[in-house]
Design a protein around this ligand. Sequence first.
Ligand code: NI
Length: 165
Amino acid sequence: MSIMKLLYFPNEKLRKIAKSIKTIDDNVKLLVNNMLKTMYFYNGIGLAATQIGINKRIIVIDITIKKNNPLILINPQIIEFDKSQIESKEGCLSIPIEQQYFILRYKKIKIRAKNLMNKNIELEAKYLLSSCIQHEIDHLNGILFIDYLSNLKYQRIYDKMNKIN
Ligand code: NI
């Protein structure tokens, strides 16, 4: 397993729409392992393949404190959502600036995905897990959480990141 290089905003590759996975083969399994290693190494609670420059619909998440219970979602789709929204405080490994920002997310969602065993799974997620899944699925669609902020805030982050890159 290896730690992968992260792409940082405003890298254009973060705006790509990821492609669905057709078969879950050894390459996909290796990729997932590398994604997990990378997420844990950078202390993230979620990572999308897009963030390491891989144009495939895979996300990994682990919101546990012990960091020992990863959720691996292949081709994840939101199939239901509760209309009520929550203020979600977010950051992103692709935008490594100190500050976190509040945005709105659905409080409760139901998703469908495949796991690494190629089984279809459905699960309900609330609060942090719900926001986190929405954040990561957004990555697969080329959307960053800062897109939901005001133009002024977005521009400030852009300028800051542009200097670092
Ligand atoms: Ni992110």
